[in-house]
Design a protein around this ligand. Structure first.
Ligand code: KG4
Ligand code: ZN
Length: 343
């Protein structure tokens, strides 16, 4: 029997990167991203600048994705786009573009939840990459989200715990800002931590009433006071101790995440465990999770780097599963800045 070939163009524009990808069934033919450097000087993403940069980038990024995939527009079966959550102005650029193109080509439109996409990135068909079976646990960690999810099926997600204040990516980025590092600081903390002593400084782990929930705002304040105190004694404290500070902060964050993930596994009896989202690029998180394969007999799923931070291939894989179940959207589908994982 011949399997039907489905070509999907996917567009991601929820934050500060413009992404376009072409998937043929569950395989990625191309995955392009235009990073926006305009924000670095401001220490964070400036929404207005982001929308403008998306407008400039979207046409060339889509053209490049089609070219690299060797797929002509007329051979596309559907267009998938991020409907939320994210910055509204940015989402509107991607969704308007996707709608016009689908309308012009007379092909279906598929609206995708960005957080579901981070999780379903695990189902992209890659050589030497195993794909999880259901149910599995997924620690979803990004600049805007921190959740432990139980994934029952492609479109059936249960939230077991989530952050009650800052997301873990924000904890990394805000700490980096306190240390005078540019945005986004997460990858830089990871880099400096490699040369530091993770036990040099100690920060207490915040408590939450649901033990599977997270809280990171207290940690940020603790780091702020710690740095203030040390800088009074030695004004070069940060400069002289950057590696040890980064290693200690990162270790504290990773401990918080991993302790809760272990608890979720104990509570549910599930030992198939995945990580997803931009922060899952962190090397200590990846190493610690991998070590649980031996110490806890877990089967772990760690995405390839290009599918951890925001990318369009992950939007395309959700598009593929929605296409298979004829789950299409009208031209009137709205972009929404807030969207729950099950919406
Ligand atoms: O998923 P993502 O690309 O965008 C959102 O949907 O938010 O995640 C971005 C976040 C940023 O906070 C960034 O600092 C963090 O992921 N991040 C990292 C690393 N790489 C990216 N945090 C820690 N270590 C990393 N290696
Ligand atoms: Zn994301």
């Amino acid at each position: 029997m011949h399997k039907k070939i489905i070509n999907i163009l996917a567009i991601e524009s929820s934050c500060d990167d413009t992404g376009a990808a072409v998937l043929q069934n569950n395989k990625v033919l191309s995955n392009k991203i235009a990073n926006q450097s305009v924000h670095a000087a401001y220490g964070g993403v400036v929404p207005e600048l982001a929308s403008r940069a998306h407008q400039q980038n979207i046409v060339p990024v889509v053209q490049q994705a089609l070219k690299d995939a060797g797929i002509d527009k007329k051979d596309l079966h559907a267009i998938a786009f991020t409907k939320g959550p994210g910055l509204l102005g940015s989402l509107l650029v991607g969704s308007s573009f996707a709608k016009s193109m689908a309308l012009a080509l007379k092909i279906p439109l598929i609206a995708v939840n960005h957080m579901q996409a981070h999780v379903l990135a695990h189902f992209i068909n890659e050589e030497n990459q195993k794909r999880p079976g259901f149910p599995f646990l997924c620690l979803t960690i990004s600049g805007g989200h921190t959740q432990i999810l139980k994934i029952n099926h492609y479109n059936d997600f249960e939230t077991l715990g989530e952050t009650i204040d800052d997301a873990v990516g924000e904890a990394f980025d805000k700490t980096a800002k306190l240390l005078g590092l540019p945005y986004p600081g997460g990858p830089l903390i990871d880099k400096y931590a490699k040369h530091g002593n993770k036990n040099a400084f100690e920060f207490t782990e915040p408590k939450t009433s649901n033990p599977l929930d997270f809280s990171f705002s207290g940690l940020k304040t603790a780091i702020l006071y710690f740095l203030r105190k040390e800088k009074k004694k030695n004004e070069n404290f940060i400069l002289e101790n950057i590696n040890d500070i980064c290693a200690s902060v990162q270790h504290t964050i990773v401990n918080i995440l991993m302790n809760k993930l272990k608890l979720a596994s104990e509570k549910t009896g599930i030992t198939d465990v995945a990580i997803a989202g931009g922060v899952s690029a962190n090397s200590e998180i990846r190493k610690t999770l991998k070590a649980f394969e031996t110490s806890l007999k877990w089967t772990t799923y760690i995405p390839k780097f290009e599918y951890t931070t925001d990318n369009a291939a992950m939007i395309g894989i959700v598009g593929y599963y929605k296409y298979l179940s004829n789950d299409f959207d009208e031209e009137s589908a709205l972009a929404t800045s807030r969207l729950k994982i099950n919406e």
